[in-house]
Design a binder for this molecule. Sequence first.
Ligand SMILES: C[S@@+](CC[C@H](N)C(=O)[O-])C[C@H]1O[C@@H](n2cnc3c(N)ncnc32)[C@H](O)[C@@H]1O
Length: 230
Amino acid sequence: MVAFSRFDARHYPTLAVREGYDAWAETYEATVLDLMDLRLLGRLRSVGWQNTRRALDLACGTGRGGAWLKAQGVAVIDGVDFTPAMLARAGERGIYDRLVEGDVAAVDAPGGAYDLVTMLLADEHLSELAPVYREAARLVPDGRFVLVGFHPWFLMSGVPTHFDRGPGDPVAIESHVHLFADHVRAAHAAGWRLAEMEEGVIDDDWVAAKPKWADRRDRPVSFAFVWARP
Ligand SMILES: C[S@@+](CC[C@H](N)C(=O)[O-])C[C@H]1O[C@@H](n2cnc3c(N)ncnc32)[C@H](O)[C@@H]1O
């Protein structure tokens, strides 16, 4: 793991993670594009979404991922997040069976409670990956762990996870760069093996949504891992 500050090209004021999402919660959904994560989920072929009995959405935020899972036919979905303002919005969706305020590395649920665990767009906020991979293995010993993240290449090109706190007031949220080898090392130590991987690049859809990113065309912006335990 390398601190994002090593690569920072924007030098926005940086907020601690909970403080950042507390401030972003109100406008978060209007900022984050489904192209980043949900489009990648739709490309995955090794996850039987419809056969999933009980899923846990780690770092569920406002519930975008939970809504996607519900639309795929996942029957029961729980969520965990440590930012109350984000969780409150997830609650308003009425799709989660149970929402818990807590850390992704120590979930208040018995081992083996789930057959699918997801974590979307949160790994860059974890200083260490090993704890969440271990926790996912405890929670879903026989199923899949789907992790979708902001691509390390994008972070290393100097763009932090950020939002406008007000007009002309961009702020970043504390982030860390995890190379794919860091993920594989942490996942393998927890007994996971890679079942599938996808990367999302800046393409026409992205440039249509964010014309300023035209000069980043074809660069990778997000990734998806599907982990399984043999
Ligand atoms: C970019 S948002 C992603 C939310 C949602 N998964 C989505 O895709 O829209 C990151 C979320 O991770 C949560 N988060 C970050 N670190 C966390 C941790 N250690 N434990 C629990 N939640 C965490 C934040 O509170 C925030 O809601």
